[in-house]
Design a protein around this ligand. Structure first.
Ligand SMILES: [Zn+2]
Length: 447
């Protein structure tokens, strides 16, 4: 099998522009956006007397837009504004309506004008190009729903990037597996957890190992995970692939904004110049510099969006900066998503992300586990735990293996040592923990 191809940069002028220079240019473009937004009541109210920011520091003084702002605005709609107050253009100017995934509540709907849809298509194409899609690649898309951010917008972006789209999602697993085999798809697009699960389904449905199919590159998005070495290795092995590219976006802003190049050292920002990203301390709101080792919440502003613009949208995604330079030539920093700030749990005054727990557990006991795991909560709003966090983990092999028991005990101890929180690991046989084809949560509420 030949190695995955690497393709030309999608937009050399912006992909290689110095990061600070890019942000300066975006700030200039943003002034026009602010003037336009102020023509609408909802934004006059939100922006108040704030002037148009002339520096990143001034931008940091502008109020956030949150998911609940967007959701609340959609509870009051009119026949002229079916998408609520954030719909900034007449419906006759809309060409497409998409929704966020709704993993954290009612989905929010967004409308795109012709120009908005074009800039989504191009930005998403840049993400896919960065992740390894170009002419000659047949790309299997497993998302089942067209209206979500990972549906039609991804399909458009994959074709724009030059790939041959094979949209196999939304069918029975038997037909999806058949589609993988018959199209000889070379690229698989799936969430990290679904990529592993789907390999097993393909083996059952096709009667041969998924590694015998033609997949060379797996593009994993929708949830953090593909950056974890154990999970990455498992995906590579399951598909006999040579490359895993992580990809990340947000339906509320742009469905693919970060993507991993062939170097594989974190995700580049691929949504410039349409989206401006800031990194801030979630509690204080203070700007965090884009330096390796720094972590902060990503805050996004749409620079040129005509309809449903957002200013300083709180993503709740906690990013860690990996590097400032990359051999691929792209000049944006690279990052990994290390968790969601609203996933944060507290065990006896210690803050911890479920993703951090997963990383430690997999490092210690990964060879006994599939990687699928979740923390059980008593209620949706539970954040604090006084007893060890109940952690259900999916076993890769039989439950009665004594080495598994020892490895899980060692994992509990490693979590206590490294994160200073206690977990109580509850091993489950394969098939008990659910796997979604869209987004998996690392926490769930006992019913
Ligand atoms: Zn790179």
């Amino acid at each position: 099998m030949s190695a995955p191809a690497t393709f030309d940069l999608w937009s050399p002028a912006t992909d290689t522009l110095a990061w600070e220079e890019m942000q300066e240019r975006q700030l200039v473009a943003l002034r026009e956006t602010f003037d336009r937004l102020r023509r609408h009541e909802v934004w006059r109210r939100r922006l108040g007397s704030t002037g148009s920011p002339t520096s990143m520091a001034e931008l940091a003084d502008v109020a956030y837009t949150t998911k609940s702002d967007l959701r609340a605005a959609q509870e009051e709609t009119t026949s002229e504004r079916p998408l609520g107050a954030f719909q900034l253009v007449d419906t006759e100017q809309l060409r497409q309506i998409t929704t966020s995934s709704g993993t954290t509540g009612a989905p929010v709907m967004f409308g795109l004008t012709t120009r908005d849809a074009q800039s989504w298509r191009s930005a998403i194409a840049n993400a896919y190009r960065t992740a390894g899609v170009g002419p000659g690649e047949t790309v299997a898309l497993t998302t089942g729903m067209a209206i979500v951010a990972g549906g039609l917008p991804y399909a458009d972006g994959i074709r724009e990037a030059g790939g041959a789209l094979a949209w196999i999602g939304g069918q029975t697993s038997s037909r999806m597996a058949g589609g993988m085999a018959r199209t000889r798809a070379t690229v698989l697009v799936a969430t990290a957890s679904f990529a592993a699960h789907f390999a097993q389904r393909c083996a059952v449905e096709l009667g041969r190992d998924a590694s015998e199919l033609a997949v060379r590159t797996v593009i994993a998005g929708g949830e953090p995970g593909a950056g974890v070495p154990h999970i990455r290795r498992a995906i590579l092995d399951a598909w006999g692939a040579q490359r895993v590219s992580e990809l990340m976006g947000l339906g509320d802003v742009l469905p693919a904004m970060w993507a991993e190049c062939h170097v594989g050292n974190g995700m580049h920002f691929t949504a410039a110049p349409d989206i401006l990203v800031e990194l801030v301390e979630p509690d204080s709101g203070r700007p965090v510099p884009w330096e390796p080792g720094a972590t902060g919440e990503a805050i996004y502003t749409t620079v040129s969006r005509e309809s449903c613009a957002v200013v300083r949208f709180r993503s709740r995604d906690q990013l860690a900066v990996i590097a400032r330079e990359c051999a691929c030539g792209r000049t944006s920093p690279t990052v990994r998503c290390v968790g969601r700030t609203d996933d944060m749990l507290i065990y006896k005054a210690m803050n911890v992300y479920p993703t951090a727990i997963r990383d430690v557990v997999l490092k210690v006991a990964g060879s006994h586990l599939t990687g699928n795991m979740r923390v059980r909560k008593d209620s949706e709003g539970q954040v604090r735990f006084d007893d060890p966090l109940p952690l259900e983990v999916e076993l890769a092999g039989p439950a009665d293996d004594v080495r598994t028991g020892a490895a899980l005990a060692a994992a509990e101890e490693a979590v206590r040592q490294q994160l200073r929180v206690r977990v109580s690991i509850e091993p489950q046989p394969g098939g008990v923990l659910p796997v979604s084809d869209y987004k998996n949560s690392l926490t769930y509420v006992r019913t």
